[in-house]
Design a protein around this ligand. Structure first.
Ligand SMILES: CC(C)(COP(=O)(O)OP(=O)(O)OC[C@H]1O[C@@H](n2cnc3c(N)ncnc32)[C@H](O)[C@@H]1OP(=O)(O)O)[C@@H](O)C(=O)NCCC(=O)NCCS
Length: 240
């Protein structure tokens, strides 16, 4: 269930996870406004994108991130200072211990915010032509490949994206990027069942510390969010 919301002061309780969905094309008329709040490094990075669609996506995503963080931590959006982990995961140092992550695909940008806990979010446009079998065998754990091909073929694409986004959300929460071994953890992928981290092979108890959730930003998109810790109240907003 999505609620529409614009910029105001926002508050995030320790038990809450806030997920924001942005329709990129709805925000292209605000590019200048977002551009004006980016710092010099972000502007330089924006100009390195060869395709305008990618440049606009970066500017809008970073602009909305600055606006939302500014509203959560009561700071002017252009004053927010990002730091970056070893593998490029952005974060902010702030007493509120706010944590966030972003993903973009096609016309959709997803942003997730929690307090304290590690968070990863992913969204994928599902109408791209992909070789499900080849990619699954290359990237998924053996148990996931088996579960996928046990399903009726009509459900393969949906289950494939469930698995992809859940795995990606998990490694984005960990923050280690491509260096994380994708066969070392197993996620559920059947749409009729809850999103779950089924196995963490290096430590069987690790999986119990995590929450995985499906995000449905709109037709032809599948998303997932992963949080290390307890969040009982998930709120979904559409950023206008
Ligand atoms: C950055 C990364 C973590 C995700 O990239 P992606 O899927 O192309 O892109 P997304 O749109 O989902 O996320 C990009 C955003 O994640 C954030 N990010 C960057 N590095 C990150 C990291 N190490 N961990 C978490 N988030 C990261 C950034 O905010 C970035 O947006 P920005 O460049 O506009 O600032 C990528 O390096 C990666 O490792 N991808 C793994 C791909 C893969 O093999 N997946 C298999 C799943 S089965």
């Amino acid at each position: 269930m999505w609620t529409t919301f614009s910029n105001q002061d926002l508050s995030l309780q320790p038990s809450q996870l806030h997920v924001w969905s942005v329709c990129k094309s709805d925000h292209e008329n605000r590019l200048q406004e977002y551009w004006d709040i980016l710092n010099e490094a972000e502007k330089e990075r924006a100009l390195t994108f060869r395709f305008l669609k990618d440049r606009y996506c970066f500017i809008i995503a970073r602009g909305v991130l600055r606006n939302l963080l500014g509203a959560y931590i009561q700071m002017a959006p252009d004053q927010v200072k990002f730091q970056f982990g070893h593998n490029g995961k952005p974060y902010v140092h702030h007493p509120s211990q706010i944590k966030f992550n972003i993903s973009h695909s096609g016309d959709t940008i997803l942003l997730g915010f929690v307090q304290k806990h590690s968070i990863g979010i992913d969204v994928e446009y599902t109408k791209r032509k992909v070789d499900v079998k080849k990619i699954a065998e290359l990237f998924f754990a053996e148990e996931e490949v088996t579960s996928l091909f046990r399903l009726d073929q009509a459900y393969h694409t949906q289950a494939f994206y469930n698995c992809w986004t859940r795995k990606e959300a998990f490694i984005k929460a960990v923050g280690s990027g491509l260096s994380f071994p994708l066969d070392q953890f197993v996620v559920s992928l059947d749409s009729t069942k809850e999103a779950t981290l089924i196995d963490t092979k290096w430590d069987k108890k690790e999986k119990d510390k995590w929450m995985l959730n499906t995000i449905e930003p709109g037709k032809d998109y599948i998303g997932a969010v992963s949080v290390k810790g307890n969040v009982s109240d998930i709120q979904s907003w559409r950023y206008q």
